[in-house]
Design a protein around this ligand. Structure first.
Ligand code: HEM
Length: 150
């Protein structure tokens, strides 16, 4: 059984490494650098616009007629992961993302579709370069780890 993803907020030293010049050493996390909850809400909104335009990907979503709940869960999770409020875990418990994706048949093509929409959402919001690099690296790694079928 694959190991669950290591889900944790960024450490301050990792975050400091993502900033430079006058910011170096200041304890700012990616959540704050990105623009707080409003950034993650917009990111997830744009991502789900992509999902809604993609029938093959949308077919995986149990509540495909009303994605408000799915939007909220992803936005809360991402905010928490990047150092924001811990509402996700308060409402949902430990993320255990791989386990939570088991009911959905996620193959390599599904991972590509998911990533395409998330990359487009990140590009549209154009966060500061160090934030963008970290988000994209994380999404590449985590989406690939969610694959549960050939
Ligand atoms: C970076 C990679 C990913 C992250 C961080 C992520 C995150 C999440 C989170 C937090 C939830 C809600 C879990 C819960 O509390 O119940 C969720 C649900 C879901 N994810 Fe993902 N996911 C990722 C990749 C994928 C991929 C690659 C697919 C399919 C190709 C996918 C399909 C779904 C579906 C169908 C749901 C159910 C929607 C719902 O919450 O009702 N996810 N995902």
């Amino acid at each position: 059984m694959p190991q669950p993803l290591p889900v944790r907020p960024a450490r301050p030293d990792e975050v400091a490494a993502a900033s430079s010049g006058a910011d170096a050493g200041i304890r700012i996390n990616v959540f704050e650098l990105a623009g707080g909850q409003a950034f993650f809400d917009s990111l997830v909104d744009r991502f789900y616009q992509g999902v809604e335009s993609d029938p093959e990907l949308l077919a995986l979503y149990p509540d495909r007629d009303d994605l408000a709940g799915a939007r909220r869960r992803l936005a809360m999770f991402l905010a928490q992961y990047w150092g924001g409020p811990t509402t996700y875990s308060e409402e949902r418990g430990h993320p255990r993302l791989f386990m939570r994706h088991r009911p959905f048949r996620i193959d390599a093509a599904g991972v590509d579709r998911w990533l395409r929409h998330m990359r487009a959402a990140v590009a549209e919001l154009a966060p500061p370069a160090p934030v963008e690099a970290r988000l994209l690296a994380y999404f590449d790694m985590a989406a690939a780890a969610m694959r549960n079928t050939e």
